[in-house]
Design a protein around this ligand. Structure first.
Ligand code: PLP
Length: 974
């Protein structure tokens, strides 16, 4: 074994001048799938002598890096984790009462270990193949039900990125929905400051006016199309908004309420006082603070607006046999179809965290949630009573868990005293301090808070003295107490023993195919290894238990991590600066285009708003361009799938005065290193535009070429693709951007924590470093691979894709190849001919692959009727061969239809995937055997992943849209 591991011959190292990255770096051998001898076999199949030769014939010489990446390799996982532990120790965990939409909470350990730390959950992909995703779809349906019940709204999506962006999405949706032609969005000054910041950033390029004011005094003559209220307000006050909402509706405005989910167990839900949209964060439902994220935001609205909801929506449908089955609803609204008309650019959201939050509700149930909320509220009442006794005033509005304490001239002294006891309070101004309590607060904590406010005075009362006074709840005394029921569905009431919950979680997990079972060869998604060592630090308290607005000097460990990552990513991409703020690729696109826009504006080029986008682009590109206030002009592609350079030149010339940017993916979304990329970039520059590179395909570039060297000005990186953050079933992700020096001044800033460019755009995420707590994953990966390992990974990713293309080329046609006949890190198989020859569609082949134990590749994107296969460097040769064998066997099944041996409608492909229920059907009347159906190749008898349901009827579910948990009897009717 070791022999084959270490033996990397001079022939198959990429460059003889470099150190052998394989020989002594343990982790590189773990991360890369094929063994050294396998690489030789694969090269032989391709007819090339070495990896170096393959790369020379694949990557255009004009863009190839001449020097190695200057990143050292740390050899062992053990050493890297020790180093990271020392960095983490620089983070100081103070007790936080800062609030502002983030609360300490307790992650039930059964959820932490069995979901958050479980590769069976976190390595799943977005549930586009519902037959093998029923577990997470059910978990997400639970999440949607929690949101609908607690907010009192008719429909909720399956998560958004954070509360700030969810509020900004609400603004955009309101803008699109308004019947008036108004242009002002009104925001309550009592909204969280970061929410106001994110909305303002979003409003500027769309030409929307923002007015921030007091909800008790709104001037509706300002032509307001929409407004945002915070409930409870950022200072803790709970206001009765009924009247103002009625006025708003009369004036034609759509009203969004940003609400704290836990408070809604006690407070009248916004749906009961007229809200049109409700948004918020679900972090305090068991998801660690993580210095800002990731957490799942929620978005709920009225039934009338269900077709305008941004993000993904899980809905109920049925399978071939009429069995209840879940899938993403209204998928035709996705960006790929709507492009620049899409409702939003959201692609990756926060699925894993939404699942945790939904499971937190399953774990506690309605009673449990209510008692957590009551306990927090009671402690807050006791705290308030004591503070009043100490002579402080806290205003007379009802409150839930947050108090704004008047501290005439003493705010700083109090904050300092708190800090000396490792306590963070919210600094409001010289005369006010904020305190938010949470699930972790104890009576002893309340005593500590009193002592801080008492100063030199001795406390002359105890907790129990105050507590036993039974001061009435300010909520109960108001008109805002909740009377309606919630979470009455059995799922929230029957899993309250740990045994039952563990089995429920495990049952759901077992319905879903993840990387723990098989390769997920999704083109453009880079489903590579998410190693355990990369994942372990994510749940360290030093990363998890820090509030995003804690003073930066308490987060020195994070700063080291950010500095390292920024330096490494700059080295990898050839850029001068990196912003870690965008929390998904789509957000990177939006942020990068805003930076470009700002650059033009600051130079007086205020008319530059045309964005050229090739027809092959990912759907998020045009959607992001529209959000950045740009006009999308499509560029044609030639027959080889490359950008049509003459069309580009013509459009660049035509729009020379208005050209803002070109968005280009490299290697192209067709999986090819376009030779013309340098020319493409210079055409854009010559006409005054900037080049935005979509870096989703960076896994084909790392160590071989750098966007910053060959003409890109900005690029986003999907850390959840190239840099090992797992997909989490559709999030979390991170989409940092790299920029050249001339754009550095415009990088995103943040209202609460100073950061970013000197003339930077506003915040694009609610937290300054958005999903900070998953950055250790990419940090560990880069540290362990080093420059040499990263380069080898890229080379093997390209080798593996070419190996698949080669093995399949006599069976399927590979749609696009580069000049020398090689693909990049993925390849497109053209399946369109089978529609004519056998009436077989791409979906039939995709679903049949499930019978062979695989997650299908990317279906019908970027070309309809094709699949795009991306194996990544992490898949072993055995797994690559198993996939190729399955594809070849399916080709033979198609051939049987083509030659008339098998019926065109009743065959193993049309009926795929096959379930156990199909198998045990006593009336099996198929023209093929049961064995052919479920064990088409021998290896499957050893281990087989069974789909939980048969082929799902998409249209049925969209016609009968149901997006919450069904009553139990609906399940028993099956
Ligand atoms: C994945 C992807 C995106 C979107 O990234 P998200 O992180 O999902 O928002 C954009 N462009 C391309 C080519 C992609 O593959």
């Amino acid at each position: 074994m070791t022999q084959s591991l270490d033996r990397l011959t001079a022939a198959n190292i990429s460059s003889t001048t470099e150190a052998n990255p394989w020989a002594d770096a343990e982790f590189i051998q773990r991360h890369i799938g094929p063994r050294s001898l396998d690489l030789d076999k694969m090269l032989e199949v391709l007819g090339v002598a070495s990896l170096a030769e393959l790369i020379d014939r694949t990557v255009p010489a004009t863009i190839k890096m001449q020097q190695p990446l200057a990143i050292e390799t740390v050899k062992s996982e053990h050493t890297v984790l020790n180093q990271l532990k020392q960095i983490a120790a620089k983070n100081l965990i103070f007790r936080s009462y800062i609030g502002m939409g983030y609360a300490n909470c307790i992650t039930p350990t059964v959820i932490q270990r069995n979901i958050l730390e479980n590769p069976g959950w976190y390595t799943q992909y977005t549930p586009y193949q519902p037959e093998i995703s029923q577990g997470r779809l059910e978990a997400l349906l639970n999440f949607q039900t929690v949101i609908m019940d607690l907010t009192g709204m008719a429909i909720a999506n399956a998560s958004l990125l954070d509360e700030g962006t969810a509020a900004a999405e609400a603004m955009s949706m309101s803008y699109g929905l308004q019947k008036t032609k108004f242009n002002t969005f009104w925001i309550s000054e009592a909204a969280h400051p970061q929410t106001i910041d994110v909305i303002k950033t979003r409003a500027i390029p769309l030409g929307i006016e923002i007015v921030v004011g007091d909800h008790k005094n709104i001037d509706f003559s300002q032509q307001i199309f929409g407004m945002l209220l915070q409930y409870p307000a950022t200072d803790g006050a709970v206001y009765d908004y009924q009247e103002v909402i009625e006025q708003a509706h009369q004036a034609g405005a759509i009203v969004t309420v940003a609400a704290d989910l836990l408070s809604l167990t006690l407070l009248k839900p916004p749906g009961e006082f007229g809200a049109d949209i409700v948004v918020g964060n679900t972090q305090r439902f068991g998801v660690p603070l993580g210095y800002g994220g990731p957490h799942a935001a929620y978005f709920a609205t009225k039934d009338a607006y269900k077709r305008q909801i941004p993000g993904r929506l899980v809905g109920v449908s049925k399978d071939k046999r009429g069995k209840t089955a879940l899938r993403l609803a209204l998928q035709t609204r996705e960006q790929h179809i709507r492009r620049d008309k899409a409702t939003s650019n959201i692609c990756t959201a926060q699925v894993l965290l939404a699942i945790m939050a939904g499971m937190y509700a399953v774990y506690h149930g309605p009673e449990g949630l209510k008692s957590i909320a009551m306990r927090i509220h009671d402690l807050t009442t006791t705290l308030a009573t004591g503070l009043t006794k100490l002579g402080y005033s806290i205003g007379d509005a009802p409150y839930f868990d947050t108090l704004q304490v008047e501290t005439p001239d003493r705010a700083n002294a109090i904050l300092e005293r708190a800090k000396s006891q490792q306590i963070n309070l919210r600094s409001i101004d010289l005369h006010h301090v904020g305190i938010s309590l949470d699930e972790t607060t104890t009576p002893a904590d309340v005593m500590d808070l009193w002592r801080i406010f008492a100063g030199d005075k001795v406390l002359d009362f105890t907790f129990s003295e105050i507590d036993s006074n039974n001061v009435p709840s300010t909520i109960q005394a108001s008109t805002l107490a909740r009377n309606s029921e919630y979470l009455t569905h059995p799922v929230f009431n029957i899993y309250h023993s740990e045994t039952e919950l563990l089995r429920y979680i495990t049952r759901l997990q077992s319905k879903d195919l993840s990387l723990a079972q098989a390769m997920i060869p999704l083109g453009s998604c880079t489903m590579k290894l998410n190693s355990t060592s990369e994942m372990v630090p994510v749940t360290w308290a030093e990363f998890g238990q820090i509030h995003p607005f804690a003073p930066v000097e308490q987060a020195k460990g994070y700063q080291v991590l950010f500095d390292d990552l920024e330096r490494w990513l700059a080295e990898i991409t050839g850029f001068d600066a990196i912003s870690l703020q965008p929390n998904a690729g789509s957000q990177g696109e939006y942020a990068g285009l805003l930076v470009i826009r700002e650059y033009h504006q600051q130079r007086g080029d205020i008319d530059r708003n045309v964005c050229l986008i090739p027809q092959s682009a990912h759907g998020t590109n045009p959607a992001s361009a529209v959000m950045a206030g740009m006009q999308v002009v499509p560029i044609a592609c030639d027959n080889d799938g490359n950008i049509d350079i003459e069309d580009l030149r013509a459009k660049a010339t035509k729009y020379a005065d208005k050209l803002a940017a070109l968005m280009v993916t490299y290697p192209s979304t067709h999986g090819v290193f376009e030779e013309g990329i340098v020319e493409i970039c210079s055409i854009v520059h010559e006409h005054g535009g900037q080049v935005y590179m979509d870096g989703a395909n960076l896994n084909a570039q790392v160590g071989l070429c750098r966007p910053g060297d060959f003409g890109a000005d900005v690029c986003h990186l999907n850390l959840h693709k190239t840099f090992c953050i797992p997909h989490g079933g559709g999030g979390p992700g991170m989409g940092p951007i790299g920029v050249m020096a001339h754009l550095t001044p415009y990088l995103p800033t943040h209202k609460v924590i100073p950061m970013g460019g000197t003339q930077g755009i506003g915040a694009v995420s609610a937290a300054p470093w958005s999903s900070a707590s998953i950055l250790p994953i990419s940090w560990v990966y880069i540290a362990l691979m080093g420059g040499a390992g990263l380069k080898l990974a890229t080379e093997v990713a390209i080798l593996s894709a070419n190996y698949i293309a080669k093995r399949l080329e006599n069976h399927y046609s590979v749609l696009y190849k580069g000049t020398n006949g090689f693909v990049a890190h993925e390849c497109i198989l053209d399946l369109r001919e089978f529609k004519k020859t056998a009436d077989i569609e791409v979906d039939d082949i995709a679903k049949r692959l499930i019978d062979y134990g695989f997650h299908p590749p990317t279906v019908s994107w970027p070309v309809a009727g094709t699949v795009m296969v991306e194996p990544t460097e992490s898949e072993s040769l055995a797994e690559l061969d198993r996939f190729c064998d399955a594809m070849i066997a399916i080709r033979e099944e198609i051939r049987e239809i083509e030659i008339g041996n098998v019926d065109k409608q009743n065959n193993a492909l049309k009926n795929a995937p096959h379930t156990i229920v199909d198998l045990v059907d006593a009336n099996w009347d198929r023209p093929y055997s049961r064995e052919q159906a479920v064990y088409p190749v021998a290896g499957l008898q050893d281990y087989k992943f069974w789909p939980a349901v048969g082929r799902i009827d998409q249209a049925y579910g969209d016609r009968n849209l149901v997006c919450s948990c069904l009553p139990m009897d609906a399940y028993s009717q099956e």
